[in-house]
Design a protein around this ligand. Structure first.
Ligand SMILES: *Cc1c(COP(=O)(O)O)cnc(C)c1O
Length: 424
């Protein structure tokens, strides 16, 4: 079958069912086109995208500036591997390190690979600079974390579906409660082989859990006190999603078009992916200063596609869009509007328990048991009414539209959500 051949929703779903592994359970809608905040299904029905491919499409679908960069570079040079230099990687590395305020970047492709890279970097630094005895380094992680799907990463997940029958697991991780500074300090005190603290500034997959005010800054201060690397996984929260360039920016003077990420909390290691490419190409990155990054030497880590010229050209364009269109500022403003509108509404409605989030990373919690299908059923109704969202863990629906949305569109979405919930 030719890719250009038109097929029905039913045919598309059947093909995936028959020929693809069943490792996802998609909402039944078959998309064939995207532009800005909208996607269209194969029958031409238009929807607001309220997932943005898990916050990868912050810049909106098929942003012309990013697609142009992709097309130009794709017809010039796509992949050299790192066996040779290419003339885009260095420019990208200069641009992106200035943009996020680090000495160096290590380019990878997917979020999980970047998390793996950060773990390896943290361990190597612990052995070579801190003198932790080999194979004894431990990394503290949080309960209900989501950092990706590799064997090492699922080793420290507590999602049964993600783990069951995938063992044996990788050792060297200590799990503590999220948003609990006492647990963090206790863990630091209990061992002198702790190398790092790996944390999501907001737990996205878990259901958009926003930690208490000041948690990240205090956790970072504890890391400094105990000489432990603070590793921020901003794969989902980064690149303007939470109304700041990075969620670790906290309440700095952002949102500012020219903000280079002046941090409230400056991670020792920063992990980005998803929207780093505007969802156009898999691009991820690990950032650190020289003192840390210099422990990795030729031959010790790599990826065939990491740092390829196509990825670099796409990422530069995607990051330009974030500043040119003041997406952090927009996410901040529209996020406040979204939560205040929904807050007013849920006070008059008992199906929804609460709304929470930051910038345009938000969720509603449904007033029902965790294993009920209410969230799923509500997402089907939202789909019928022209808005696509998906439940996360438990009875929680994440709302994360592209950040190029305008106020009129956002208010339109708010009325679709209110109407759908009211009719439910
Ligand atoms: C999505 C995500 C990852 C994994 O990224 P992939 O590109 O799917 O491997 C890692 N960490 C966080 C916080 C994420 O949201």
């Amino acid at each position: 079958m030719m890719v250009s051949e038109k097929i029905s929703s039913e045919q598309a779903i059947n093909l995936e069912e028959k020929y693809g592994a069943h490792n996802y359970h998609p909402l039944p809608v078959v998309l064939s086109k995207g532009e800005g905040v909208y996607v269209w299904d194969v029958d031409g029905k238009k929807y607001y995208d309220f997932l943005s491919a898990y916050s990868a499409v912050n810049q909106g679908h098929c942003h012309p500036k990013i697609i142009n960069a992709l097309q130009d570079q794709a017809s010039t040079l796509t992949l050299t591997s790192r066996a040779f230099y290419n003339d885009v990687l260095g420019k990208y590395e200069e641009y992106v390190t200035n943009y996020f305020g680090f000495d160096k970047v290590l380019p990878m492709n997917t979020g999980a690979e970047a998390v793996e890279t950060a773990i390896k970097l943290c361990r190597k630094y612990a052995y070579e600079k801190k003198g932790i005895p080999e194979n004894e380094a431990e990394i503290i992680v949080c309960e209900n974390n989501f950092h990706g799907r590799t064997t090492t990463i699922i080793s420290f997940s507590n999602d049964e579906d993600a783990r069951k029958n995938f063992g044996p697991f990788t050792e060297g991780f200590i799990k503590i409660e999220y948003d609990n500074l006492i647990a963090l300090e206790d863990a630091f005190k209990s061992s002198n082989t702790i190398a790092g603290f790996l944390v999501e500034p907001i737990q996205g997959e878990a259901g958009v859990y926003v930690p208490s005010e000041g948690y990240l800054a205090k956790a970072k201060a504890l890391c400094e006190k105990y000489d432990v690397l603070f590793i921020a996984d901003e794969v989902q929260t980064g690149v303007a999603r939470t109304g700041r360039l990075l969620a670790t920016c906290g309440n700095c003077s952002c949102p500012d078009k020219n903000c280079s990420g002046t941090p409230e909390v400056k991670p020792d290691i920063l992990i980005l992916g998803k929207a780093l490419s505007g969802g156009v190409y898999p691009v991820s990155a690990v950032f650190a200063n020289n003192e840390i990054m210099e422990v990795i030497k030729p031959g010790q880590h790599g990826s065939t596609f990491g740092g390829n010229p196509l990825a670099c050209a796409v990422a530069i364009a995607a990051l330009h869009v974030v500043k040119d269109e003041a997406l952090a500022q927009n996410a901040d403003r529209l996020g406040n509007l979204f939560r205040s509108e929904l807050q007013k509404f849920i006070e008059t409605n008992d199906l929804i328990k609460l709304v929470r989030g930051k910038g345009l990373l938000n969720a509603i919690v449904i007033n029902d048991t965790e294993d009920s299908s209410t969230a799923w059923d509500l997402c089907l109704k939202l789909r019928d009414n022209g808005l696509l969202a998906k439940p996360t863990h438990g009875n929680i629906i994440r709302f994360a539209p592209p950040l190029v949305m305008n106020e009129e569109q956002l208010l339109d979405c708010v009325s679709i959500i209110k109407k759908t919930i009211s009719e439910f």
